[in-house]
Design a protein. Structure first.
Length: 33
């Protein structure tokens, strides 16, 4: 149970971080063009 929570938390953090990076990249590309 605890292991599952940790795995879900780490995967969620990774997902949210990737989403933030993608958003920053999109803003940078939009600003660059």
């Amino acid at each position: 149970m605890e292991i599952t929570k940790v795995i879900m938390k780490s995967s969620w953090l990774r997902f949210s971080r990737n989403r933030d990076l993608r958003q920053l990249h999109d803003e940078r590309m939009r600003r660059g063009t």
